[in-house]
Ligand binder design. Sequence first.
Ligand code: 1BN
Ligand code: ZN
Length: 332
Amino acid sequence: MRRALPTSAAICGAIVLAAALGAILSACGQNQSAAIASSNSAAATAQPAAAPPQAPPPSQLDGFDAAYAYDQTAKLVAFGPRPAGSDANARQQQYIIAQLKSYGCPVEEDDFHSQTPIGDVAMKDIVVKIPGARPDIVLFATHYDTKTLANFVGADDGASSTALMLELARLLCARKNQLTLWIAFFDGEEAFNWEWQDPDNTYGSRNLAAQMALDGDLPHLKAMLLADMIGISNLRIERDESSTPWLTDLVWNTAARLGYGNVFVSSSLPMDDDHTPFLHRGIAACDVIDFDGAQQIWHTTNDTMDKIDPRSLGITGHVFLESFFALEQKFH
Ligand code: 1BN
Ligand code: ZN
């Protein structure tokens, strides 16, 4: 392990203890025979959920806890469909903010309104701003809203990269960083119409890029790394043709050095996503997305927790951490 970063064991311990206590208390509150009868009938009909593959230990991933990121993915999915403007989206916002604050992260909320095909929608970008020794900024980003589609819970498309960023925030808010690091959780990435057609998409990232320009932060922004759809098994991430070549090289070279050359492959595809508003403003940006591999489940009700593999979260988390360290070397 390259640096001592905090473990999530203490947090997990508290959560497990609270969950166990809750389960005992609720079981105690039920009529015992009714509880046994209902658990017997559930056992007769329900298929046992397959256990997820074993996550690599944090000691192999610079401290990144892939099992914890997997649990966070499940917790986000449990909010149900969470398109921008929905009640579930608002509950998820409060959960993300509470998690970040529990890690000691400095959190800012940016509330804004967007004109969309369904009218005015209130949205919120959540941005962690971790001061570093230098004013140069690296921006990590994800979107946390889900596509408007009945029963769509976005385990891969929305939850996986949001959980990844939560775990990166837990580690990097506790580290003394050389570069200033911002971690953005964007609302409103998804189009409200079925088709992805400008300007009906990337509402949250367009809002942050415009805000950074207004506030004079954009000249300090050296690199933007976006994660989207990084949670499925047999992850295979192609280079994005519209991303900035030197930054894509830095990420792909980092992945190869870590032994993930079979995941971060050399073929490419063109992507439009939350990095685009930053590219349009002249910022180096890179989209880390497994779009091809996830096409079977993309924007379908099959994008569910059983498709998520903690090993994929671990690989992506490891690559983001080491890419940040490589950027610290580059801009020292
Ligand atoms: C990613 C996840 N995207 C939407 N949900 C962006 C995208 C836009 C992907 C167009 C494919 C085509
Ligand atoms: Zn999507």
